[in-house]
Design a protein around this ligand. Structure first.
Ligand code: MN
Ligand code: MN
Length: 458
């Protein structure tokens, strides 16, 4: 990286043996979170459980609050707010907020998913978030989600994660017959309506004594016997296909972690563990783990929902101060990932302004696309303040944009929080193959991010 005028520091290169051990230990906790939290529902349940273990109690609107109180607010099982009341007056000191998201790109089952074609039971999907469709074929998929049956009961489903579970599958062409498909542009190789899941291949007549039953009917029989689900129950279900892989160390030196859903569990985990571990309690602090970021932060569990300002209003009301005053002095890290510099795809990375893997936490002053469209462009003053905080705490950090200016772009929850008159900047780690079924990050960056979040909260 000698060609760079702005120098990066590789965290591993400068880390003591003691720090290296901490990096690797921290990664184990993160991997456990990844494996147990492949959907926003699972991540929410995991974090609420961890919050309870750390002395957080459930918040109800109107509850009284005092310095030292720790609360969680579980928004519909998909979005969680954690907050800790500090000793400083919030009208002057505001709230320190870390906002990450816990939804990831995936394939959702349609509401009428099941059909049979040429002796194969298949299920239709509708993709969620920005995926490269061809990457989702020919890999093992697991089924996660919730089904609300006719009597209103909710059945939680996870199939494909246990070693003894079956997995699910989307077929792709063999190279021998792919001449026509291979000549298509990559984005057209598989269409959205081609992402149909193999659910079964055994006619009912082989499984039982009954005659003239189909493969689809046999799948429905199993669904009912094992899970109590009928075909019409898919109407009120949220079932997703996610990669069935577990988090794994990557490379001979184990510097990296590969997993599904780093975007944005890689910020969610450091955010809530930093909150739990930070014992200096002067500031009022909040961690938001949002849903629906990948589809625009919409709806009751997305970052644009009024619940965010409602909770700030409640905190302000509890201390008899103006919520507008609290927001005006609050500060936020929009904790989300950035594209890591990839030596295999140099042509889309701008070397001076890229986040390099293992070179620490990345600060992204603005996101958006083209002429910064759709961006929260953090002020120089706020970035300067964060620089100072990082310098004082020895945080290894770097700056980066999401690729070259004309190559594309992307956004985060930053603008929705900034719109509430809260100074916000994007902070996160570099990811390789973002939004792929198996993404890669550096353990060193995850740990440095955790240290950066602690520095911000204290
Ligand atoms: Mn993200
Ligand atoms: Mn994303």
């Amino acid at each position: 990286m000698s060609e760079l005028s702005y120098k990066r520091t590789n965290v591993y290169e400068t880390a003591s043996e003691e720090k290296k051990a901490k990096i690797f230990e921290y990664a184990k906790g993160y991997a456990a979170f990844l494996d147990a939290s492949k959907t926003e529902r699972e991540a929410c349940a995991y974090v609420v459980n961890a919050a309870q273990e750390n002395g957080y109690r459930e918040y109800h609107f109107g509850d009284r609050m005092a310095a030292g109180d720790k609360f969680y607010y579980n928004n519909r099982g998909k979005n969680v707010y954690l907050f800790k009341i500090g000793s400083k007056p919030i009208a002057k000191d505001g709230i320190r907020i870390l906002a990450a998201h816990i939804d990831s790109p995936r394939l959702d089952l349609k509401q009428v998913p099941l059909y049979e074609s040429d002796g194969v039971a298949l299920a239709k999907t509708h993709y969620y978030g920005g995926i490269r469709k061809y990457q989702w074929a020919a890999i093992p998929l697991a089924l996660h989600g919730a089904v609300v049956t006719a009597d209103g009961s909710v059945k939680e489903i996870v199939i494909g994660e246990d070693e003894t579970d079956p997995v699910f599958y989307i077929s792709d062409l063999l190279p021998h017959l792919a001449a026509k498909q291979s000549a298509k542009p990559l984005g057209e190789a598989l269409a959205g309506e081609d992402l149909n899941i193999w659910f079964g291949n055994m006619p009912y007549t082989l499984a039982t004594e009954e005659k003239d039953k189909t493969v689809k009917e046999n799948v429905l029989r199993i669904l009912f016997e094992k899970y109590g689900i009928k075909e019409e129950d898919f109407l009120s279900a949220e079932l997703s296909l996610v990669p069935a892989f577990k988090a794994k160390d990557v490379g001979f030196d184990r510097a990296l972690i590969g997993a599904y859903g780093h975007d944005d569990r890689v910020c969610a985990y450091p955010a809530y563990t930093a909150l739990f571990d930070e014992e200096e309690n002067e500031h009022t602090t909040m961690v938001v783990l949002a849903d629906k970021e990948e589809i625009g932060s919409e709806g009751t569990t997305g970052m644009q929902c009024a619940i965010f300002t409602d909770l700030i209003n409640e905190i302000a009301n509890a201390f008899g101060v103006s919520a507008a005053q609290v927001r005006a002095v609050s500060k936020c890290f929009s904790a989300d990932v950035n594209a890591g510099y990839d030596p295999n795809f140099k042509d889309v990375c701008e070397p001076l302004n890229s986040v390099y893997i293992s070179c620490g936490v990345g600060l992204t002053k603005f996101t958006g696309s083209r002429g910064k469209s759709g961006s929260n462009d953090a002020s120089a003053e706020f970035v300067g303040e964060i620089r100072k905080t990082f310098a004082e705490n020895g945080i290894i950090w770097q700056t980066g944009e999401l690729g070259k200016v004309d190559c594309g772009g992307g956004g985060t929850v930053a603008k929705y929080i900034a719109n509430m008159n809260i100074d916000t900047v994007d902070i996160g780690v570099g990811v390789i193959s973002m939004h792929a079924p198996f993404e890669v990050v550096s353990k060193a960056d995850v740990y440095e991010e955790y240290l950066a979040f602690r520095a911000f909260l204290k």
